[in-house]
Design a protein around this ligand. Structure first.
Ligand SMILES: Cc1cc2nc3c(=O)[nH]c(=O)nc-3n(C[C@H](O)[C@H](O)[C@H](O)COP(=O)(O)OP(=O)(O)OC[C@H]3O[C@@H](n4cnc5c(N)ncnc54)[C@H](O)[C@@H]3O)c2cc1C
Length: 437
């Protein structure tokens, strides 16, 4: 390709730019936000919230940016292994998973490293502008129009491929409709989630702990009755990033005193940090009303020369930490699609099939877990009650047994598809674990 234009220069856009740099002479990343050296911008407030990177996301990061883990660790990020990574369910520490690894870093720090790497590629350039529409030539996209951040005149970029990485509220669908195309069908699930994140000074109060994550499970009916749901990660700058989450009437607020009181109703590591470590700055809240995915494979018509990645494709309940990994995997799918040298004149159906297969797994997992929340009212898949009963038993067995938990976490970490949990031998082992207690 001569030129690919990526609309949106956040995590998914940067990943896509990296993949495209292998296939296009010139890659232009159009991003209106002034993202500072601290990695924080104005337009994506979720950057302030605790971000965990699933192990599949970490593998993809290292695959496309070799050596980035070492760079992150040199800069102060932490790599937790074995017992440094702790998951709790209904207040009980889950069986350890041999070989478990998790990175502790804030989202801006991680994204900042990604941005520097991408901007260092010889054929990628960032343009501070807002994408305002598409230029069509027949049934294909042939360019992207932009305006300056303040609203002034911008450039029009010719493009062999345009990539929508404009996030959850991407205007792409409106642009398509304006040109006579249909909106992609949307699957949604209303979850009414509240998030609150605060940073704390980190000393040696928790030894080598890098991640502690606690959620309610079957024993409490998935309600915060035994402990409050929350998580912490050790991050760069000798800090803890701590998040509290709650649904509907139990959403955490911005009051620091309330945040500390709630942390003291969490599992041990969060209680210890609340008592031992000073909070830095205030509490940032975020409300996430609905998980949502756009399903382009259900469209009869779609223009050539256009793909959608990241949250613009699927934006799921952040509690399961899938977003960054989905963004990376969509870029993988894009790489696989482009290796077949597709014509820009035909819709990128292969890409959407590959990307949506990945989203299917994440969506199945996150929405099944969300349906266990009493306030979530559907839509329920066929056979939901039986599936939930089995999932609850597997979850209970994963607390007790390392082998069961290893596979369970393999699915959570998106290394294995959800169907890995239906293997007969695995189910038999889980049953034995529960019978033996
Ligand atoms: C509270 C919360 C917590 C989360 N926690 C996790 C977690 O622990 N782990 C995880 O993996 N994921 C997590 N996520 C999900 C993760 O934040 C998203 O999946 C990720 O930000 C998606 O990246 P993106 O690049 O697709 O979209 P975004 O990060 O939203 O970026 C979209 C970009 O597009 C730009 N843009 C918008 N309009 C235009 C335009 N017209 N032209 C050009 N550019 C435009 C914006 O400025 C922005 O930079 C969380 C999300 C939330 C809300």
């Amino acid at each position: 390709m001569k030129r690919a234009v990526v609309m949106g220069g956040s995590y998914a856009g940067l990943f896509a730019a990296r993949v495209l740099s292998d296939h296009a002479e010139d890659v232009v990343v159009v991003e209106p936000d002034a993202i500072g050296p601290d990695g924080l911008g104005r337009l994506t407030p979720q950057r302030h919230q605790l971000h965990a990177l699933l192990s599949m996301g970490h593998t993809q990061l290292e695959r496309w940016f070799p050596g980035i883990t070492d760079d992150l660790v040199k800069g102060g990020a932490l790599l937790g292994e074995g017992e440094d990574v702790r998951f709790y369910l209904d207040g009980r520490l889950k069986a350890p998973v041999p070989g478990a690894r998790m990175l502790g870093a804030t989202r801006p720090f991680l994204e900042g490293h990604l941005r520097r790497r991408v901007e260092g590629l010889g054929n990628v350039r960032s343009v501070r502008a807002r994408a305002t529409g598409l230029v069509f030539r027949g049934d294909r996209v042939a360019g992207v129009t932009t305006e300056a951040p303040g609203g002034g005149a911008g450039e029009t970029f010719d493009a062999d491929l345009a990539v929508d990485a404009m996030g959850r509220n991407s205007p792409l669908e409106d642009w398509l409709v304006r040109h006579g195309w249909d909106r992609a069908p949307v699957d949604g699930m209303r979850i009414d989630l509240g998030y609150a994140t605060a940073l704390f000074r980190r000393g040696d109060e928790l030894g080598g702990t890098v991640v502690a994550h606690s959620s309610p499970g079957p024993a409490s009916g998935y309600l915060p009755t035994v402990t409050e749901p929350g998580a912490l990660t050790a991050v760069e700058g000798d800090r803890w990033s701590v998040v509290l989450a709650g649904y509907a009437g139990h959403r955490p607020g911005p009051d620091p005193e309330e945040f500390l009181r709630r942390m003291r109703r969490c599992v041990d590591p969060l209680r210890t940090v609340a008592d031992a470590s000073p909070m830095i700055g205030g509490v940032r809240t975020y409300r996430f009303v609905e998980s949502r995915r756009r399903v382009h494979t259900r469209l009869d018509r779609f223009p050539g020369g256009l793909v959608v990645v990241g949250d613009a494709l699927a934006s799921v309940n952040p509690v399961y930490g899938q977003g960054l990994t989905l963004a990376a995997l969509a870029s993988n799918a894009l790489g696989a699609h482009l290796r077949a040298a597709p014509s820009p004149h035909v819709p990128a159906r292969d890409y959407f099939r590959l990307a949506e297969a990945v989203v299917d797994g994440a969506w199945e997992l996150s929405t099944a877990a969300d349906l266990a929340q009493p306030h979530v009212t559907g839509p329920y898949p066929r056979g939901y009650r039986v599936r939930k009963w089995v999932a609850d038993r597997l979850t209970e067995a994963s607390v007790l047994d390392s082998a069961v938990n290893a596979r369970y976490m393999g699915v959570v970490n998106m290394e294995l598809p959800p169907k890995a949990l239906t293997d007969v031998r695995f189910l038999a082992r889980a049953a034995r674990v529960l019978i033996d207690g």
